[in-house]
Ligand binder design. Structure first.
Ligand SMILES: *Cc1c(COP(=O)(O)O)cnc(C)c1O
Length: 376
């Protein structure tokens, strides 16, 4: 581990970044300056190349965290008389529904338990029965559990029904290969601080350009108007409306260059998958079980059941691991006591191995203390 960072973030983002990404934030830029705006244009070009193989796609960057980009999309691309079908099996899917309700957009929420995949036949049936639905939204990797949703299969159904498809690929884009054409995605949303390994400060949307161009005037918000932001960036050479996070943008371009240097999304995916399998097999040896079966699991973040001894406390576990320079994540599901470990960012299989050794030691100590309490 890097000697000058306090700890590794084994979370769903912000993540552990490289020193060179952090160094890219040293210089101050004016948002009016051509040097800066050219970087924005370079980022937009690279994002489109990562997401799609053919022309016809375009990228918009939006200030704020990932949720702001989701809200900008939901609030801007659905016409006033449109209706959204949200397919959800976790907190991030639910959040899309919350956004639609908040914006008073007509909504059909199709919810599944957090450990279940969406039912494709049911989706097909709803789209066949309700002709008023114009858009379908789903999360690709549901970060709540680590579940990988069938984004391509759902995309095929949505395209066959003639609807527009919005995919929250926040925690998968850059870390799991995907193609907007093959998945039939019209709007793909992600953010700077996930698998591209930048720092937090903006989100982005890669859009089917001809569809985006039809959405002028639909936005239910001024600052989160996706079309208007795109229009400005596209026609004014990379300018954002309103102040943009200049340092974060410079870090992000560096992160994109590092993704390319690593060998692109396929290589990064292979590293993440190896991180995840190293983590899970070492945890199994300690007797810790994953919430999801292997076939539903993404290579991004893994939920584990809490260890079964009476006095296990997540907070104490967290603090002990943090002292050993690993920051993990609490669980987010309602049906079971779990915690999560992310394996994305500038982290490697050896880090996973070392982490699990530390977990073994911490749990031994905690279990021994717990036995003492029980025996007294
Ligand atoms: C991280 C994440 C978001 C956005 O979260 P922010 O905290 O707003 O950055 C949205 N959806 C998914 C699936 C995520 O993993």
């Amino acid at each position: 581990m890097d000697a000058d960072i306090p700890y590794l973030l084994l979370t769903p983002g912000p993540l552990t970044t490289t020193q060179s990404v952090r160094d890219a934030m040293r210089d101050d830029f004016s948002t009016w300056d051509i040097d800066y705006n050219q970087r924005v244009m370079e980022i937009r070009k690279r994002l489109v190349q990562l997401a799609a193989g053919s022309p016809g796609y375009t990228a918009v960057l939006m200030q704020g965290s990932g949720t702001f980009a989701v809200e900008a999309t939901i609030g801007s691309v659905i016409p006033p008389d449109g209706k959204l079908l949200v397919i959800s099996n976790g907190a991030y899917g639910k959040r899309i529904g919350q956004i639609a309700r908040c914006l008073k957009i007509a909504l059909h929420e199709l919810s599944y338990p957090e450990t279940e995949l969406p039912d494709l036949d049911q989706i097909r049936e709803i789209l066949a029965c309700d002709g008023t639905i114009t858009h379908v939204a789903m999360v690709h990797c549901e970060t709540t559990t680590g579940m990988l949703n069938p984004a391509a299969e759902v995309g095929k159904i949505v395209a066959e029904a003639g609807k527009d498809y919005i995919l929250d690929a926040m925690s998968s884009f850059g870390g799991i290969p995907l193609s907007m054409e093959a998945f039939h995605v019209d709007y793909l949303i992600s953010s700077a601080n996930k698998c591209i390994q930048g720092v937090p400060g903006f989100g982005f949307v890669i859009a089917n350009q001809s569809k985006l161009e039809l959405t002028a005037g639909f936005a239910r918000s001024l600052s989160l108007d996706l079309f208007d932001q795109w229009n400005e960036m596209e026609h004014k050479g990379g300018k954002w409306r309103y102040t943009s996070p200049t340092h974060v943008v410079c870090a992000f371009l560096q992160a994109l260059q590092e993704l390319e240097a690593e060998g692109g999304v396929l290589r990064r995916h292979a590293r993440y998958a190896e991180n995840q399998s190293t983590l899970v097999s070492a945890m199994h040896k300690l007797g810790l079980r994953t919430l999801l079966p292997r076939e539903l699991q993404s290579p991004i973040i893994t939920s584990f059941y809490d260890p079964e001894f009476p006095a296990f406390s997540f907070n104490q576990f967290y603090d002990e691991l943090k002292k050993r320079r690993y920051v993990i994540y609490p669980g987010k599901i309602s049906q079971a006591e779990t915690f999560r470990i992310g394996n994305i960012g500038n982290v490697f299989p050896a880090d996973m191995q070392h982490l699990v050794e530390q977990i073994g030691q911490v749990l031994d100590t905690m279990a021994a203390a717990s036995d003492q309490t029980v025996n007294n």
